[in-house]
Design a protein around this ligand. Structure first.
Ligand SMILES: [Zn+2]
Length: 72
């Protein structure tokens, strides 16, 4: 079985926590990848329908940052 890519893992993480905002640092920590990988994964993930990337409060660390979430 091929390991899931960082993008796939991030998408699954966000869908499982739909409606919550995660900055790249928190998402990276949660799924066990480094922040620069998370940044690239988030940028790719949000090209897909159903994901939003915007400045908002992170649901995890509470900072106002660029966050990603599954919409709806
Ligand atoms: Zn955060």
């Amino acid at each position: 079985m091929t390991p899931a890519t960082a993008k796939e893992r991030l998408a699954a993480f966000l869908v499982a926590r739909g409606g919550h905002n995660f900055c790249d640092a928190c998402a990276a920590r949660a799924i066990g990848i480094d922040p620069s990988t998370a940044y690239r994964a988030a940028a790719k993930t949000t090209q897909a329908v159903g994901f939003v990337r915007e400045y908002a409060l992170c649901s995890d660390c509470g900072a106002s940052r660029l966050v990603t979430r599954a919409a709806g």
